[in-house]
Write a protein that binds this ligand. Structure first.
Ligand code: AMP
Length: 293
């Protein structure tokens, strides 16, 4: 399969983040923000989402600087999606302090997707209702990738399962995979998720890397070494962006795509908030690939 562009729908956010050593508020974030910034280093990328009139210029600059197509980015009267997260001493664990959907609450876009089969759509983490609205509009030939989060498993599990059924690639973290599948180990969880519909499951394991499972293949990938982690926020989204961007740039080489996902995640966690990614380049992502353990 050959792909030549990527659409990404998901949250575009202002985050309040606290780690044991630092905290900051109204940082640029969101699942679509992180994934599109990384994907755009490798592939033509369009972002689909909505922001409120409190969305800072730095956000528009970030998208512009990385040539992310913002034709499908709406601006509405109201508040930008915001999320508060607090990390434990072990960065693999965090608590959500609040999720305020803001202008996403009533967002239901109509998108005229091009009828070109060489397109990937990433349903980045956002409500399964919005993910389904997008799936229902995109041509059936698109490769559909999906990511999600514990909140949606807790409050919208049935709808989420319906979206997963339509996805080709599912990104999910370890705790979410175990809770959604009610399995006792990752292999069992991956088998359950494959049985719902996707042909590839990527379980993100935080500091333990990631596990790719398809019907006939299992690949484990480790994380980069010697990284000083400042803020883990966006690691999963960056992984999805790097992985899918690589499928566009390099074709269906899954080992290579996993490396781009891992390198992207490593970069995302070395800075606080997405504002810092304004100078991200493909060279920087490439320089992290040899650091994978
Ligand atoms: P990650 O660390 O990869 O799980 O992604 C963190 C990003 O997801 C943050 O920048 C948040 O703004 C965003 N986020 C948090 N909760 C949600 C949610 N329920 N739906 C969509 N995006 C979210």
């Amino acid at each position: 399969m050959v792909f030549d562009e990527l659409y990404i729908v998901g949250s575009i956010a202002l985050d309040d983040i606290a780690t044991p050593s630092m905290s900051a508020s109204r940082l640029l974030g969101g699942s679509a923000t992180y994934s599109s910034v990384f994907a755009s280093q490798l592939a033509p990328t369009s972002i689909i989402g909505i922001v409120g009139n409190d969305f800072p210029n730095a956000g528009y600059e970030l998208f512009k600087n990385h040539n992310i197509n913002t034709d499908f980015l709406e601006l509405a009267n109201g508040k930008t999606f915001s999320w508060g997260g607090k990390y434990h001493n072990d960065f693999n664990f965090r608590d959500t302090l609040f999720t305020d959907l803001g202008v996403f609450e009533s967002y239901s876009p109509t998108i005229s997707f091009p009828n070109r089969p060489q397109t990937i759509i990433l349903l980045a983490n956002i409500s399964p209702d919005l993910q389904m609205t997008i799936v229902d509009q995109c041509p059936s030939e698109y490769l559909i990738a999906e990511d999600t989060m514990n909140l949606w498993i807790d409050i919208a599990k049935e709808k989420l399962l319906q979206v997963i059924k339509k996805a080709d690639v599912l990104f999910i973290n370890k705790e979410e995979a175990l809770s959604l599948s009610e399995a006792s180990n990752l292999q069992e969880a991956a088998r359950f998720l494959l049985s719902i519909g996707p042909s590839s499951i990527i379980i993100k394991l935080g500091s333990d890397g990631a596990l790719y499972t398809s019907i006939d293949k299992t690949i484990s990938i480790n994380v980069c070494s010697n990284i000083s982690v400042l803020d883990p926020t966006g690691a999963g989204d960056a992984f999805a962006g790097g992985f899918l961007g690589s499928l566009v740039k390099n074709g269906m080489d899954i080992d290579l795509a996993l490396k781009y996902g891992t390198a992207s995640a490593a970069i995302a966690i070395t800075s606080f908030g997405a504002d810092q990614l304004i100078h991200l380049s493909l060279d920087t992502i490439n320089s992290y690939i040899p650091k994978i353990k």
